[in-house]
Ligand binder design. Structure first.
Ligand code: HAM
Length: 418
């Protein structure tokens, strides 16, 4: 038997309705904020990610599904969406259409990570990218979208963590200061952190190892390295969030795992999740468009893990499936069954969610199926009723049952306001 691959999952019918509900809510929500959807291909040139996300990041250095296509071109299944969106923004000159381009997406992504609860090798993200403005208003809007969308889904225990990692130049001085602070302790660091010490020291701040966390308590503070402009930007972002009554905590150790960030970075976590507690992450990336060959264009965005949102909703018990069927038809006898097929066809054309038995089962089995379907209305037709041009209708909400003329069925159903 061929089975699905490690870290990949089928979304089965008893769960797909939750995805549909979330997607429908997302589209409505984003139109309220004036964002338009963008869809990009599943694979891109590998270079887009190595240049965009950064060679030294975990994603690029160890997690990408990459192959040499036709022995010639290096391609990669997309591990994130910011770089592809920026590629499309440059390629189609979207910036020419309006000063700010506000985009959102929901898509499948691929990272070769160690699978665990809330961490898959194929997973889904929804996210937004606002390109074309350097102003803190955009940071605040993007953060507000992330936070309020989760609130609107009903996820509780949210924690919004906020930081600024400054612009490039101050970050370089900070990296030097951090290395200087850590250099007498290099031997105490884990293998990963020792490697990061050489390649990407900022990422050491992300450590989950207890003795490294203790060691970092006295490390230099990135906020002390911000330029005056960076500081003003950050305090304006905070002021705007305060005005919108969006609660946050400052987390000076939150640097994020992708190289393109400048200034604001943020994450939202939920205690409803286990160790993979980040529901979303994002921030400003003022240099990425330029890095990928476009005109200098400041931008900010975030992405949220859809599986993690669904786990968080699960934990708080928000999993009631809406009724799949309004009407279930039960037929007794050959003629009644055939007439029922025609009847259900007409009802469906009128928009009623209607169903009937496709395997010619007994009346008892059909009734059982009807109950399972969650239908409110049961239509029962026997050959005798058919001859009299009648049908039995039972409202399962109040158990009322009556026989009506078949020609009156439409009116009757209309009055029931299904
Ligand atoms: P990221 O932090 O790599 O950022 O991913 C964002 C979110 O995707 C995470 O917070 C998590 O919820 C989810 N996620 C990531 N990896 C996995 C996985 N293996 N399994 C399940 N869920 C996962 C980015 O991808 C940036 N592109 C976000 C961004 C957009 N920044 C600016 N614009």
């Amino acid at each position: 038997m061929i089975r699905s691959l490690k870290g990949t999952y089928d979304i089965l019918p008893d769960e797909s309705w939750r995805w549909q509900a979330l997607e429908a809510q997302l589209h409505d929500f984003m139109s309220i904020y004036g964002y338009k959807e963008i869809r990009t291909p599943a694979f891109e040139k590998t270079e887009l990610f190595s240049r965009g996300v950064g060679e030294e990041t975990d994603i690029v250095s160890k997690e990408m599904y990459t192959w040499l296509d036709g022995g010639k071109t290096n391609l990669t299944l997309k591990p994130e969406l910011t770089a592809p969106v920026v590629r499309a923004y440059i390629q189609h000159n979207l910036g020419a259409l309006s000063p700010v381009t506000k985009l959102y997406y929901m898509d499948a992504l691929f990272r070769r990570e160690r699978p665990q609860k809330g961490r898959q090798r194929q997973f889904h993200q929804f996210g937004v990218e606002a390109l074309g403005t350097p102003f803190p208003e955009a940071d605040a809007e993007v953060i507000a979208i992330a936070y309020e969308f989760m609130v609107s889904l009903g996820i509780t225990n949210l924690k919004l963590k906020l930081n600024s990692i400054g612009s490039g130049q101050c970050r370089d001085s900070y990296k030097d200061a951090l290395k200087e602070y850590l250099s007498p302790h290099v031997q105490e660091l884990s293998e990963t952190s020792r490697l990061r010490f050489e390649t990407n020291p900022l990422r050491i701040l992300d450590t989950k190892i207890e003795h490294e966390i203790v060691l970092l308590v006295k490390a230099p503070d990135i906020l002390d390295f911000l330029t005056e402009e960076d500081e003003t930007h950050f305090s304006e972002v905070r002021e705007l969030l305060d005005g919108m009554k969006i609660p946050y905590v400052l987390d000076k150790r939150m640097v994020r795992g992708l190289d393109y960030y400048t200034r604001t970075t943020f994450e939202i976590t939920s205690s409803a999740l286990g160790s993979q507690d980040a529901l979303c992450g994002g921030g400003r990336y003022d240099k990425l468009v330029e890095t990928l060959g476009g005109k200098s264009t400041p931008a900010v965005g975030f992405a949220a893990g859809v599986e993690r949102l669904l786990i968080a909703l699960d934990e708080i018990g928000k999993t009631e499936e809406p009724s799949k069927t309004d009407i279930y038809f039960v037929g007794l006898g050959d003629q009644a069954r055939k007439a029922g097929i025609k009847l259900v066809h007409d009802l469906r054309k009128q928009g009623y969610k209607s169903n009937y038995d496709l395997v010619r089962r007994s009346m008892k089995a059909q009734m059982r199926e009807a109950n399972k379907s969650g239908a409110r209305i049961l239509l029962i037709l026997g050959d005798q009723e058919l001859e009299n041009n009648q049908i039995q209708i039972k409202d399962l909400e109040n158990s009322q049952q009556m026989t009506i003329n078949l020609d009156e069925l439409k009116n009757h159903l209309y009055k029931l306001e299904l």
